[in-house]
Design a protein around this ligand. Sequence first.
Ligand code: ATP
Ligand code: MG
Length: 270
Amino acid sequence: MNPDLRPLAEASASEPWYQPAGNEVELFEQCHAHQLAVMLKGPTGCGKTRFVEHMAWRLGRPLITIACHDDLAASDLIGRYLIQHDGTVWQDGPLTRAVRQGAICYLDEVVEARQDTVVVLHALTDHRRILPIDKTGENLQAAPGFQLVVSYNPGYQRMLKDLKPSTRQRFVAMDLDFPAAEHEANIVRHESGVDHATATGLVSLALRIRQLKDRGLSEVPSTRLLIAAATLSTCGIGLREACYAAIVSPLSDEPSMIDALRDLVDGTFI
Ligand SMILES: Nc1ncnc2c1ncn2[C@@H]1O[C@H](COP(=O)(O)OP(=O)(O)OP(=O)(O)O)[C@@H](O)[C@H]1O
Ligand SMILES: [Mg+2]
């Protein structure tokens, strides 16, 4: 499609609800105001995506999200010429659209991307704020509201050290983690509609399971899993069954670990 005909991404109309854990909202606002790129670090399901959605809404900026993977080429970010019956036409990639529109561009799981792809971010994340588009010869100056946000999950195989220091040191890093118990219960209640007692019970179950980390359990339950169990329980599925399906099974295939986790569920919801 001709990029001129492509609809602009719009800022979200309704607020994506976000429960802050500390001063991350203020910190992000200052980064945005001073055109600093942000790196969000935190385990899966702890609220990174929701936080960015909320901040884009708060700042009135469109949000363009790109899921990174090791096949992602620079042209997937920047754009390419498409062949049409009457010649070739340039099509902006999502990063280029974000730069033109002054959007927040969120690169999810940035360490999955190849180094030669990540390097295209360099001139955008220093004082130049430029995206060089080699194929068109354009040096695109980022519109004022443009901000780059990347996320990184420290638990995964690929590590932050896989990013070059010259890339890492272009970001203000913010550590997000699972929220404190009362905040997490509030999130579970808000997102699923369960009552306070159920939400608190699910969080205390999660806290117990999280203590098994590295004692036979490689992954711990995220806030997302608690919300899934809570949601099932609001649809007529018994709470224990909901926990087996939404929390226990996704975490382990190992029979003895599954038994231990089911015991914890049964002990929490007698
Ligand atoms: N602080 C929070 N405020 C509101 N909702 C939250 C918060 N933290 C987690 N959630 C809820 O948990 C769900 C999972 O969070 P989210 O998708 O943002 O995690 P993530 O850190 O981006 O995970 P991943 O690394 O797997 O992409 C959200 O859809 C939301 O319902
Ligand atoms: Mg996410």
